[in-house]
Design a protein around this ligand. Structure first.
Ligand code: GUN
Ligand code: ZN
Length: 437
């Protein structure tokens, strides 16, 4: 009686959310089993429960004992630009100058499909090492950049959301498409990739300043024809940007209206940043059920402003969390949670560790409409997991050692942890990366 290679039992401290930590008490939103187990079969979670009981019921399963490690859903990063991997942490510019100086030149390199493939592979390796199992990524305007990310994610069995970026003005000529080309190229990518394996296509107009009204119209028409696709863009990130949108769209009521009037407001819409919103925009986003994506390291790094998490959550908005690589300054969702905490402090509304962890898993999964599939531990969900070491450095270990309860211990890793805190990452039931136990 050897072990069954298709069945694995992970033992450790399991963390699963059972309630919404913003709508209910955060301290009790998650169930944490200090002697828990997660049974993985055929790439899926087959059972979550008491470790000893699962062991007795599945003696053939290969056993992986993580001891005090925390086993939870892998992190879901709801807004990234994988093509900006190699220019992350570029100094000294605010949004528009940052795009022109650093971002667009790097994105031009993706005219070469070999470079696109190299960066897509590098990006997915880096994020897996940081415990991230799904991302929603902008690509460049080159269709091959989206092909590269979809192919690399597919080879890893990984759920991914991505789309070719549409831009037909205010960008270098080599990065510009046209309304028709963006429509045709996006449509071809949808036909090839949307729903193939675990891939989801997101129609991706970059933001209103780099699209003509005709292009936004074309993207809105495409979305109407493919309503199961997501739509991702940027909204009200920086004050200069908002003033520019007002000049470019003089008849729009506000920034959101530039999307709304072109068929780009909906429940499957993802609106990155959403910092400086008008009351009308907040009301319309809530009515339409569009999702906001908070990108805290980016918002401080590019100097954009302080996202109103508490106010937006209280009014019932759907909100996810993201690095915004490479406007964000880290690939780590732990570091991103820390930045969200710090922004909450600057606004006088500190977030509980359970709220931060929920945003990085369930919250982001739900904004991607993948909440039944990823973002939590439950039988039937994909086996996309992260195993965290809550004592990954001497500094964290000595703080964790005097924690009175587990959220206090977890909070030390949120604030001070990085990829060293990631013992293992599991994607589609396969151990893909991490640091040895
Ligand atoms: N707005 C339009 N494009 C971008 C981008 O690449 N990064 C960020 N942070 N904001 C944007
Ligand atoms: Zn972005």
């Amino acid at each position: 009686t050897g072990t069954d290679p298709t069945s694995r039992l992970l033992l450790g401290r399991t963390l699963r959310f059972e309630h919404h930590p913003f709508h209910d008490a955060p301290e009790t939103a998650a169930q944490i089993n200090t002697a828990g187990g997660v049974l993985i079969q055929s790439g899926r979670i087959a059972a979550v429960g008491d470790g000893a009981a699962l062991r007795a019921a599945h003696p053939q399963a290969e056993l992986i004992d993580y001891g005090q490690g925390v086993i939870m859903a892998g992190f879901v990063d709801a807004h990234v630009h994988f093509p900006q991997t190699a220019m992350i942490a570029s100094w000294g510019k605010r949004l528009i100058d940052w795009l022109n100086t650093y971002t667009f030149p790097e994105e031009m390199r993706f005219a070469d499909p070999a470079y696109a493939n190299e960066i897509a592979a590098r990006y997915l390796d880096l994020t897996a090492a940081h415990g991230t199992t799904t991302v929603a990524s902008f690509c460049t305007s080159h269709p091959a950049s989206a092909e590269a990310l979809f192919a690399q994610a597919g080879a890893r069995g990984q759920a991914v959301v991505a789309g070719k970026t549409a831009m037909d003005r205010n960008a270098p000529e080599d990065l510009r498409d046209t309304p028709q080309r963006a429509y045709d190229e996006s449509k071809a990518l949808i036909g090839k990739w949307h729903g193939r394996g675990r891939a989801v296509y997101a129609i991706t107009p970059r933001f209103s300043p780099t699209s003509t009204p005709a292009q936004l119209e074309a993207m809105g028409a495409l979305w109407a024809e493919h309503p199961t696709c997501l739509m991702q863009t940027h909204l009200s990130e920086q004050l200069d940007e908002i003033a520019w949108v007002r000049e470019l769209y003089p008849s729009a009521r506000d920034y959101l209206d530039t999307y709304e009037t072109h068929g780009l407001l909906g429940a499957r819409g993802l609106y990155g940043h959403a910092i400086h919103l008008e009351p009308r925009e907040r009301a319309r986003l809530r009515e339409a059920g569009g999702a906001l994506v908070h990108c805290p390291t980016s918002n401080t790094f590019i100097g954009s402003g302080l996202f109103d998490m508490a106010g937006l959550m209280a009014e019932g908005q759907r909100i996810g969390l993201a690095t915004d690589t490479g406007g964000g300054s880290s690939f780590s969702m732990l570091r991103t949670m820390a930045a969200a905490y710090e922004i909450g402090q600057l606004r006088g509304t500190p977030l509980h560790a359970a709220q931060l962890m929920w945003l990085a898993t369930c919250g982001s999964a739900e904004v991607l409409h993948l909440g039944g599939e990823i973002g939590n531990l439950a039988a039937g969900m994909a086996a996309d997991l992260v195993v965290l070491d809550l004592a990954s450095t001497p500094a964290i270990a000595q703080r964790a050692a005097q924690a009175d309860e587990i959220w206090e211990e977890i909070f030390a890793t949120i604030m001070m942890g990085d990829d060293r805190a990631v013992t293992d990452t599991w994607i589609n039931g396969q151990r893909v990366n991490g640091n040895a136990v």
